[in-house]
Design a binder for this molecule. Sequence first.
Ligand SMILES: [Zn+2]
Length: 444
Amino acid sequence: MQPKTVDLLIKDVMVLKMDPKRTFLEKASLAVDGGYIVDIGSELAYEPEKVITLKQGVALPGLINCHMHGTLTRGICEDMKLMDWLNEICYPLDAQYNPEIISVSEQLNQLEMIMSGTTTFVDIYRYMDSAARVLLKSGLRGFLTPQVVDIPQGVGETFADNVELFHNWHGKGNGRINVWMGVHAPYTSVEETYVRAKEFADAHNIGIHTHVAETLDEVAMFQEKHGKTPFEFLDSLGVLGGPFLAAHCIHVTESDMDIMAANDVTAVYNPISNMKLASGIAPVARMREKGIRVVLGTDSNLSNNSIDLVKELQIAGPLQKLGRMDAAVLKSYEVLEMATIRAAEALGIEESVGSLEVGKKADIILFDFDRPHLWPYLTGERNNIVEQIVYSANGADVHTTIVDGKVLMENREVKTLCRQEIFAKSQKMLKRLCVGAGLISGND
Ligand SMILES: [Zn+2]
């Protein structure tokens, strides 16, 4: 019998499935056809259109970044106090963005994600129509959540923008483009916006993405104004429940965590941003003990300063260990789950991505272990491949990135976006933004 033709065969690599059995295969191949994984095994007989093979390669599901902003600037006016930085740098910059700048910014961000193994991301920022257009081209999977800000006006999107984006883009790009409601935060958005967002989300079977309890100042301000914590306030509005991604959740009480658990709220942990802005240490270990789903995000390139989720894998555990003074807290496998299958669950797409299993979409990345910082490693039953990826790897070790069965990068060559062009344009746009925000003069 003639071997069956498939689009792609990833041949003879190590495979970390991230499935419930925590399967590790020492040498296996993955057959991809029509955008789906159709077979995984050691002796596959297919006639592939294309073969990718990598001697020290490890295949795993593409990483999922559950909280980022498609901003352009990094390394601008660093080392400031959070509220000063927000008021003096972020808001003036936010007000200067336009669809053209966002288009460049999104190209740069999506390029960085392809090159560091992120295949799905949740973006909360401005002019997301431009982000959607870039998604069509880049080939990534995205959840776009326009950053709706009521106070101060003019630095974010409106509820109407969010609704329009949903109608224009949700489900486009073969289902790769998703639109959720993106309400910035309880201290910048009025009650009515949350209530309307919840009604819209329920009616259209989507979720809400917002920031909650990032700083002590925010919680104190909230207590003074409402006599409630941010989570008690959101609960009293009836907007929790249903898919709800709450970024940060650093200053949460035991009763806040009970509310989160009862409503199946997902907390997005952004360790590098939290450290750099001195926001605090999210009680991730405690949240997990209470049964709350915790996933990973990078936050923006203003506060991180990269959106390389592999870096986040490395810092996620140590910050919790330090916070609890307990080195056994948050194990490496749990951290990798937070960036793969747990994140897919948070977004309601665990049936199609988040692990490498037959019948799932082919969102696959390949790490190249042929690097000094990844040698030596153990295979077999006591293999330490997960530990190597979480504690020793970096985003530049990603060799290949595949989404929906399409190869977006192979051997570090990105096929869908042109990096030279993006670099040149982003340099121009950075200057335009900084001049507009009054951070540099037009002559600089
Ligand atoms: Zn954020």
